[in-house]
Design a binder for this molecule. Structure first.
Ligand code: KIV
Length: 262
C-alpha cells in the first residue's frame, strides 16, 4: 500500500473505501504501517492508554509525545493527530496548538471535533497550510456538556443539522470528516452531501471509510464492547494465556532453558 496524500485520499471518494485505525505507540504503529490508509493518534488514548474516564484531560504535550512515537513507527502512513480538548477554543489558540503539532511531529494532519461553529477555527488552520480532518456527530469531547455519549441523526431536524455541519466543515477546507455515532441513514445522507471523504465510526456502511480504535477491534478492552465494534482478535485472552504460560514456566523452572542463557 503506497503512502496516502490529501489528493489520493480525496480521490477515493465514491471509489475505494478508506481504512483508518488508531495507534498510540511506535511498536503498534509499525504493525499498521503499509497496512492501513491512515493512522489516527486519537485522544481516545487518554482512556485506553492512560486509563482516564474520558478524553477531556488529554494534553497537547501528550498528543505530541504519542504522535511522534507513531510517526517514528509508521513512516509510510498518513498520520492524523487529534487536537485535545481546550486546544482549539478560538482561531488564535487553535493555530498556536496546531503549529506546535506540525513543528514537533511529522503528522500529516490534525483532527478537530465540531461542526459549523468550529468552521472559523478550521478555516484559520487550513488557510495557514495545516490539513484538517473534521469530526461531527457524537463528539467524545462533548461528553460532559451533553451528559453522556449520545447517538445522533435520530430525527430529520438533527440530520439536517449534521448535513449543515458537514458542509460547513468542508467549506472551511477540511480534507475529510469523521462521522461518529450517527444513525446509518443519516450518515449516508451526510456522505452524499459533501465531496470530501466521510470516515465513519458507528455510522453504518454508506460512508467512504471506517475507523476503529485498536484496543476495541483487537479485543484488548474488556470492560465494554460498543455495538458498532467488530472484534478481529481476542487480544486480552491471548495475553492472559501467554502470561499464564510464562508464570508456569518460571515457577516450574523450565524457563529459561539452555538455549535462552548466555
Ligand atoms: O480519539 C479517537 O480515537 C477518535 C476516534 C474514535 C475517531 O476520535
Amino acid at each position: 500500500m503506497s503512502k496516502q496524500t490529501i489528493t489520493s485520499l480525496q480521490k477515493s471518494k465514491n471509489n475505494t473505501k478508506l481504512v483508518m485505525v488508531t495507534a498510540y505507540d511506535a511498536l503498534f504503529a509499525k504493525l499498521l504501517d503499509n497496512n492501513v490508509d491512515m493512522i489516527l493518534v486519537g485522544d481516545s488514548l487518554n482512556m485506553s492508554f492512560a486509563g482516564e474516564e474520558d478524553t477531556l484531560s488529554a494534553t497537547l504535550d501528550q498528543m505530541i509525545y504519542h504522535t511522534k512515537a507513531v510517526c517514528a513507527g509508521a513512516p509510510n502512513t498518513f498520520i492524523v493527530c487529534d487536537m485535545p480538548f481546550g486546544t482549539y477554543t478560538d482561531e488564535t489558540i487553535a493555530l498556536k496548538s496546531a503549529v506546535e503539532v506540525y513543528q514537533k511531529t511529522k503528522a500529516a494532519a490534525v483532527k478537530i471535533e465540531g461542526g459549523a461553529s468550529k468552521a472559523p477555527v478550521i478555516k484559520a488552520l487550513t488557510s495557514n497550510s495545516i490539513a484538517v480532518m473534521g469530526h461531527i456527530g457524537l463528539m467524545p469531547q462533548f461528553v460532559r456538556s451533553e451528559g453522556g455519549y449520545k447517538v445522533k441523526g435520530k430525527d430529520e431536524q438533527n440530520t439536517l443539522q449534521l448535513i449543515n455541519d458537514a458542509k460547513a466543515v468542508e467549506a472551511a477546507g477540511a480534507f475529510a470528516i469523521v462521522v461518529e455515532g450517527v444513525k446509518a441513514e443519516a450518515a449516508a445522507q451526510i456522505t452524499a452531501a459533501v465531496n470530501i471523504p466521510v470516515i465513519g465510526i458507528g455510522a453504518g456502511k454508506d460512508v467512504d471509510g471506517q475507523v476503529l480504535v485498536w484496543s476495541d477491534m483487537f479485543g484488548f478492552f474488556e470492560d465494554f464492547k460498543p455495538k458498532f465494534v467488530r472484534q478481529y482478535l481476542n487480544g486480552a485472552e491471548l495475553i492472559k494465556n501467554g502470561l499464564s504460560e510464562f508464570n508456569k514456566n518460571v515457577k516450574d523452572g523450565s524457563f529459561p532453558c539452555e538455549a535462552e542463557m548466555y
